[in-house]
Design a protein around this ligand. Sequence first.
Ligand code: FAD
Length: 249
Amino acid sequence: MQVRLLEATEEPERLVCQAARNDYMEGYVGETPFAEVMASIDGDSIEERKETLIHRLLAHGHFGPFEHPHATFAIEGVSRSCMAQITRHRHASFDVQSMRYVEFDEEDPEPGDVYVQIPELDEAHIAGRNAEIAAENKDRSDEELLRRRRERYHESIEESFDAYNELLSLGVAPENARMVLPIGTVVNMVVTLNARMLMHVADIRSAADAQWEVREMTNQILDLAEGWCPVTFEYYNNEMKGRKNRLAP
Ligand SMILES: Cc1cc2nc3c(=O)[nH]c(=O)nc-3n(C[C@H](O)[C@H](O)[C@H](O)COP(=O)(O)OP(=O)(O)OC[C@H]3O[C@@H](n4cnc5c(N)ncnc54)[C@H](O)[C@@H]3O)c2cc1C
């Protein structure tokens, strides 16, 4: 999996401040120099004033101004399961690689290339749901357990890809042959989120109880967001950490 920032609003935090100050200014924000817009906010420099205002907005739950700046991310190699989870968020925009026009006709599918590799194939004991080893497998060593998991996982996926390829060769359209492919088949996406939505998605999807893949993807998005909108996301990551749903209405 990799996530890259494709495009983002320039000077996002200046925009947040302009939008927020608009609510309380007598003058027209479109014609007022930024230094004047920020004059009533505490701070010795414009950067300090931006920080004061952004911290105050986040602390008081005034999230509306964070809907103006937005960022677009290119995501490579996540599963269709991860895609199904992230596309539930209705205020984000998506483009998803098509299975109608892109064929997955690999003869020998490789993990990471056409399907994702799950962490349980490399670690015998991961805390979480179903971490308890079933009675019939209790006597297996960790090595044996991992070997059997890998065998079962890869066998099953290879069988699905074989069936898919055979259906294509029998004249079935890719958008119908795909029905036999596993939910772990990889997909590339382009996602656009505004800063408020990005924090909301992070609330839910980078939480400890989120599924590992969507959590890893969201954490990569959050790292990039911290470079893009530093005051906002440093505050979000450090000061709002303890709250379960930090931005949920
Ligand atoms: C661990 C986990 C397990 C899950 N399991 C399931 C499951 O089994 N089945 C399932 O269907 N989903 C499941 N979900 C998805 C979850 O229920 C939400 O649909 C998804 O996370 C989208 O988030 P959201 O509801 O905050 O909406 P978003 O689309 O992200 O919207 C953001 C906010 O806008 C508001 N909003 C948006 N649209 C509306 C609307 N139409 N009406 C009123 N308010 C609105 C809400 O306040 C919402 O919180 C799961 C999510 C997680 C994290």
